[in-house]
Design a protein around this ligand. Structure first.
Ligand code: MG
Length: 205
């Protein structure tokens, strides 16, 4: 099925349409080879783009997030959204929005939520992955930990996709770019180029 941008615009999140098309297209190839995994579910916007591909191929997406918002989404920070404040937990809570997106998009059978931090989820992980999409915390420590925890599980020919790569430091934080460049200089990936701020690499071995 094609992406319904009228629908995706109703999901909170940060991704341009051309980036969404690239993500969906990459997931169509990847999900035929094995499971996809994303770090940073938020309200399910990217899970919709990847999950849609998984539904068409009979694949699955593991979507990891503790759902308490990343550093920049906390009260008082630049990306805080008051709609996501949960008085019961006295903090950000994106899990209900995420579940609502999966239900509305009919992706319950294709997207598996993992509600914990990326490092805890990765502690005993042993399943080879066809796609790792890094879009979690944007501090250097968080982005690097996501890369170190998950990239090693890519199968040969699997895709490493990183969001929010800004070549111009004036336009955004540099952590995703640093991780992207670390992967490139490792010599273990083929560079499939960027769409907007989305970098796509293919693991060689
Ligand atoms: Mg992002």
């Amino acid at each position: 099925m094609m992406i319904d941008f009228e629908f995706s615009n109703t999901i909170k999140g940060f991704m341009d349409d051309d980036e969404a098309r690239r993500l969906h297209e990459t997931a169509l190839t990847a999900s035929c080879m094995g499971p996809c995994l994303e770090i940073g579910s938020y309200c399910g916007k990217s899970a919709y783009f990847i999950g849609l591909a998984c539904r068409d191929t009979g694949g699955v997406l593991y979507s990891i997030d503790h759902h308490r918002g990343s550093e920049e989404q906390q009260p008082g920070e630049e990306y805080f959204d008051p709609d996501l404040y949960d008085s019961q937990t006295d903090g950000v809570n994106t899990f209900n929005f995420f579940k609502d997106t999966l239900k509305r998009a009919d992706l319950i059978e294709n997207v598996i939520p993992i509600v914990t931090s990326s490092t805890v989820a990765g502690r005993m992980w042993a399943t080879p992955l066809a796609m790792v999409f890094i879009d979690g915390g944007h501090s250097f420590e968080a982005a690097l930990a996501d890369y170190k925890t998950w990239a090693k599980h890519l199968m040969a020919g699997g895709f490493l996709v990183i969001h929010d790569i800004f070549m111009d430091p004036e336009k955004g934080g540099q952590a995703p770019r640093q991780v992207y460049e670390r992967a490139l200089t490792s010599g273990r990936y083929e560079n499939l180029g960027m769409t907007g701020t989305l970098g796509v690499l293919r693991f060689i071995e």
